[in-house]
Write a protein that binds this ligand. Sequence first.
Ligand code: HEC
Length: 275
Amino acid sequence: MKKIFFISVLLLVATISCKDTKKTAENKVSETETVQNIKDSEGYKLMEQKCFICHFPVPDGSRRDEMIAPPMLRVQEHYKPAYPNKADFVNAIKEWVKNPTEEKIQMPGASRKFETMPYLPYPDEEVQLIAETLFEIDFSAEFKGQGRGQGRGQGKAQGNGGHGRKQDLQLNNGEKWQLNKEAIANVNNIIKKLDAFKSDDVKAYQNLGKEVFQIAKTLILDKTIENQKFDQLQAFFHNIEDDTHELIQVKTVAEGQEKQEIIKKKFSKFFDFFE
Ligand code: HEC
């Protein structure tokens, strides 16, 4: 039996059998803002009980094998750029927990790597508090010195916006990796768009960032791309992930143009590795 299914069943039982938490959650809404230490907040306690069962708070290199879901820090890093406004962020988290469907995915890499997150029948008020805490919490301050380890855990504790080590792409024994027609067409379209794009509306640049993200998501979720080929594809998109997040959040047209140039330049290398 799959571990994740087992946990879900446990959770379901726990939710049904402890209706008390619901009452507490309602009383504590205003308290969340006033607690000094976020770890003492009701939202955090709920997150510990309801989410940390599957999600580590921060990446932990020494417990990589036990990871069955992306660490919460990573969730925050992916949702904040997509939903910079707190109300939108909270809403998106609530919608996901209520009904985790493909079109809502912000972390396609995690979706490929782990089993699908099960539907969790948590009361709305609880998820609200959890989501507010997830927006507010500074994981690097709360988990100082923890969560160091290999890979993406590294170098992120300072909150520098980076995603740890960037990987160099590799060829397939000197040959390019073969992609299917749709994947190639998708990438060609976004390259064309990035080349020609010009606007004096900052929102248009943010939307361009979202389009780049959609292409990355489509390719990463393509299950026909597997194994080493998938790793290389993911490495490619990992290298533009921060730039894409930044483009989605630019505040001025000039910033937008700058990010557009960076992403364009990185995409120009795509066909050096894939065909
Ligand atoms: C039973 C295990 C489990 C529990 C409990 C759980 N999650 Fe998840 N979660 C996962 C897995 C596995 C993934 C990665 C696969 C996926 O995206 O479906 C994930 C992914 C996510 C994502 C990213 C989805 C995306 O956009 O790609 C969010 C957001 C999330 N979880 C929020 C939560 C919150 C908030 C809680 C607590 C209320 C929670 N999860 C509890 C297993 C769990």
